[in-house]
Ligand binder design. Structure first.
Ligand code: GLY
Length: 596
């Protein structure tokens, strides 16, 4: 993929109208006038590769620069964990719209020598002053005065900031499973960061969409708008020297400076000044932990993925268990029967998720039942391939997750693997930059069911909001690693990973095709996404819709379906076979695959 350098259009006055309907925008319409001509002098291109092969290792991530950093670490003798930590800090610098060090995530690690798989849970937590009803307080949060608090008002309020987990989690990963020092890692990341962030079309859209919220904070304006106070556009370069300095401080002092020292104090001061509730005590008390993954099997292949507080791994295993009762190969990829079956299964997965899933340190989740083959069989028995069951979703609470986030996968010469999904939640998180640090805060607390006090996932102090992030490994029936994969996409994440897996196992596709071929996404009913659940089917690039006959047939069986070009997810995968090491990136975002 090549993105042309646009710079700022010569001789034009740009009227940018940021619409409230278009995503993470403020409720007021904002008009921006570009007053000056700024000719572009330098031609810069952003080149990505969707597939790379090598003899020693492979990295796939959401940005070229981050993949290059990971490869550099592997070439310097680092193992997959060293490379993944470096790629992570790089992605948290370069994929500025999707993640950051003040976010959180789940890192799945495979140790080739011991065969052990572990998850580092670095999900954000709710501050101690969190109350279940804090997002319902219209006095504080009703920014447009309509007597209600909506998703965007909550998302871009400082109350939505959770205690960040990435810095503690990455340090834990490096100290426990890596071989290099934080200083060695950061030196490689910071050297790359000096070149600045090339603004892709995706970065441009994210900044434009959040323009109204960026206006709330001086430091956000300084970082994310150009000298004219306008959103950066594709081809521009964003420099973030404050974040480079922050990275060097973390290299020198460790995570302590982020959770107890100068950086902690700066975050607390700014967040409290803006009306948030995060305290020094919340940061001091934050802990990343090593936990056991969710595991299951699918047609003899072993599936290893994220456990709660992510719902992702559990529902991938549940979905695959249900699918095991059907002959997908005979149905055919993108057949009416397969689409129909995926939507029916989606109804069960998302209904169970809403009812049962939350942080297991706070609530009991019937994990054994959700991942049991017998439970899956009981669901499979209820599915009639000729008639949709539209009662499955009855009583499902609104689902409010953002679809941003990022994923990276790494494999080294010894077969160690990492799969890491991380996020600040929405595009540009909370849109709040902490002055003097280059750090953008998350808004992860809106992954709680913040508008429903009866929900199992209602906010509580110290609790981790429910996630869908699904870093996943698949092993062959003989126990050999088949692939490490994962994707962004909020609540659609596990539905995407599930399709990537069946494309390989049932439809015999190579990993590149399995990831890049058109797919579908299930959308549960909810106030934000619409009153009804539905299945979106991605058409081919040169088509506006899939075959009308397929849609008609699905509707005739009672399903709600639509075909449109909105994409959900962007998978990054690595694997090893007899020909060597391979990285695969998804064409849907700015991702890059590298190997050597
Ligand atoms: N914020 C997206 C997720 O946690 O799944």
């Amino acid at each position: 993929m090549k993105l042309k350098h646009k710079g700022l259009t010569i001789g034009l006055i740009l009227i940018l109208i940021v619409s409230v309907l278009s995503g993470c925008t403020s409720k007021t319409k904002v008009e921006v006038q570009q007053q000056e001509e700024v000719p572009s002098t330098e031609k810069v291109v952003y080149n990505t590769a969707l597939h790379a092969n090598g003899e020693n290792g492979a990295v796939s991530s959401g940005r070229v620069e981050a993949t290059e950093v990971g490869l550099e670490v592997l070439k310097a003798g680092g193992n997959a964990i060293d490379a993944a930590v470096a790629t992570s800090f790089a992605i948290q610098f370069f994929e500025i719209e999707s993640t950051g060090i003040a976010g959180g995530g789940f890192m799945l690690i495979h140790d080739a020598k011991s065969g052990e798989d572990v998850v580092i849970d670095m999900r954000e937590t709710a501050p101690a002053a969190t109350t279940p009803d804090m997002f319902l307080n219209t006095d504080v949060l009703d920014t447009n005065g309509d007597g209600e608090v909506d998703y965007y008002e909550a998302n871009y309020h400082p109350l939505a900031i959770g205690v960040p987990g990435n810095v503690a989690g990455l340090e834990l990963a490096l100290n426990t499973y890596g071989t290099m020092s934080m200083q060695e890692i950061m030196d490689i990341v910071c050297a790359k960061a000096e070149q600045g962030i090339y603004v892709t079309n995706k970065v441009e859209s994210a900044i434009a969409e959040c323009y109204g919220y960026i206006q709330n904070y001086e430091a956000s304006k300084e970082l994310l708008l150009n000298d004219l106070g306008l959103p950066y556009v594709e081809g521009d370069i964003i420099y973030n020297p404050d974040l480079i300095e922050t990275y060097q401080k973390i290299a020198k002092h460790g995570s302590e400076i982020f959770y107890k020292g100068e950086l902690a104090q700066k975050m607390v001061d700014e967040i409290q000044k803006q009306g948030g509730i995060l305290t020094m005590e919340d940061l001091v008390n934050y802990e990343a932990t090593i936990i056991e993954p969710s595991t299951g099997t699918y047609r003899g292949y072993k599936i290893v993925s994220s456990p709660p507080p992510s719902s992702g791994g559990t529902h991938i295993i549940q979905g695959l268990n249900i699918l095991e009762n059907f002959d997908l190969k005979a149905m055919g990829h993108r057949s009416v029967d397969e689409f129909f079956l995926l939507q029916e299964i989606g109804k069960y997965l998302y209904t169970d998720r809403a009812k049962y899933m939350a942080d297991t340190l706070f609530v009991d989740v019937p994990l054994k039942g959700l991942t049991s083959k017998a439970y899956a069989k009981s669901i499979a028995d209820k599915i009639d391939l000729n008639k949709a069951d539209n009662e499955v979703t009855a009583g499902m609470p609104a689902d409010y997750e953002a679809v941003d986030t990022t994923h990276l996968s790494v494999i080294d010469k010894d077969g160690n693997m990492v799969s890491y999904t991380n996020t600040v939640n929405n595009y540009l998180g909370n849109a709040m930059v902490i002055p003097g640090t280059g750090i953008i805060m998350n808004n992860e607390l809106t992954d709680f069911d913040f508008s429903n006090l009866d929900s199992i996932n209602a906010p509580k102090p110290g609790m981790r909001p429910l996630s869908s992030m699904s870093p996943t490994f698949v092993f062959t029936p003989e126990g050999e690693p088949l692939m490490s994969l994962g994707t962004p996409g909020g609540y659609t994440i596990f539905f995407t990973v599930l399709q990537n897996i069946i494309n390989v196992i049932d439809h015999g596709m190579d990993v590149n095709t399995a990831i890049n071929i058109e797919r579908c996404s299930y959308h549960p009913a909810g106030a934000y996404y619409g009153e009804e659940f539905y299945l979106y089917i991605e058409p081919k690039d040169d088509e506006t819709s899939i075959d009308e006959k397929i849609l008609e047939e699905l509707r005739a069986r009672g399903q709600i379906v639509a075909s449109k070009h909105d994409y959900y997810g962007s998978t990054n995968a690595v694997y090893r076979d007899t020909k060597g090491f391979h990285a695969v990136a998804d064409r849907r975002r700015d991702s890059h695959a590298g190997a050597y």
